[in-house]
Ligand binder design. Structure first.
Ligand SMILES: N[C@@H](CCC(=O)N[C@@H](CS)C(=O)NCC(=O)O)C(=O)O
Length: 222
């Protein structure tokens, strides 16, 4: 019998979206356990939070549970989801393409997440949406840094609909949620439009049913 999958996540987390998108592409059902990794309440208020904290000492979502196998770090999760389950393969086969995919994931985690999501999206969309104070310096810093990051990623775009060419890979799945969050801020959307290959790819991704199904829902800002 196939063991069940559980995902500990926070509904607005971009990393959670990456994980749910990978699960959706593989058509894997899962149980969702909502936890807020930004909550400072001590002791933790729910059993789910206690369980989550025991599973990830770094207090970051998502955490995936498959049977009794517990896993955190999104790139490890999406790779596991691809390799442990049947369904369409989400990783290229050649060493060169696999290396490029790993490189793109690493660039996104190390250089893109903070400015695109934690600075531009968090300050330009999330804070106003939820009535929180906007850190204008952080927003400005993210807007300054983002174009060079988009250029670096766009330099890897191959011919074909997806980042690495003819087949969707974990690189597309890791990048799309970050760019979708960036694009929720008008200046971010414009930066992407200024790079036609990236904008074209973004539009292709936006139409995938898995993307539409897994997209986090926000209240209208303002
Ligand atoms: N390296 C982690 C990063 C995950 C991450 O930063 N998740 C955010 C939500 S998008 C989080 O849990 N943040 C809590 C915090 O920063 O305190 C991964 O790849 O899963």
């Amino acid at each position: 019998m196939t063991q069940g999958v559980t995902l500990f996540g926070y509904r607005y987390s971009v990393y959670n979206w990456i994980a749910t998108l990978a699960l959706a592409e593989k058509d894997i059902p899962y149980i969702w356990v909502e936890v807020d990794p930004f909550s400072d309440q001590t002791p933790p208020v729910s059993e789910a939070m206690v369980d989550f904290l025991a599973r990830n000492p770094f207090k970051r979502v998502p955490v995936l549970l498959h049977g009794d196998f517990s896993l955190y770090e999104t790139a490890a999760i999406t790779r596991y989801v691809d390799e442990a389950f049947s369904g369409p393969t989400l990783q290229p086969s050649s060493p060169v393409d696999r290396a490029r995919q790993s490189q793109i994931l690493s660039i996104i985690d190390n250089y893109a997440y903070w400015p695109l999501v934690r600075q531009v999206f968090a300050q330009g969309f999330f804070a106003p949406c939820f009535g929180e104070k906007v850190d204008q310096d952080a927003l400005a810093a993210g807007l300054r840094t983002a174009p060079a990051i988009l250029d670096a990623i766009a330099a890897f775009k191959r011919n074909g609909p997806w980042l690495l060419g003819p087949a969707l890979t974990l690189a597309d799945i890791h990048l799309y949620p970050m760019l979708a969050y960036l694009a929720m801020v008008p200046q971010g959307a414009e930066m992407i439009r200024n790079i036609p290959s990236l904008e074209h790819w973004r539009q292709e991704m936006a139409q995938r049913p898995t993307v539409i199904d897994t997209m986090p829902r926000f209240k209208d800002p303002g």
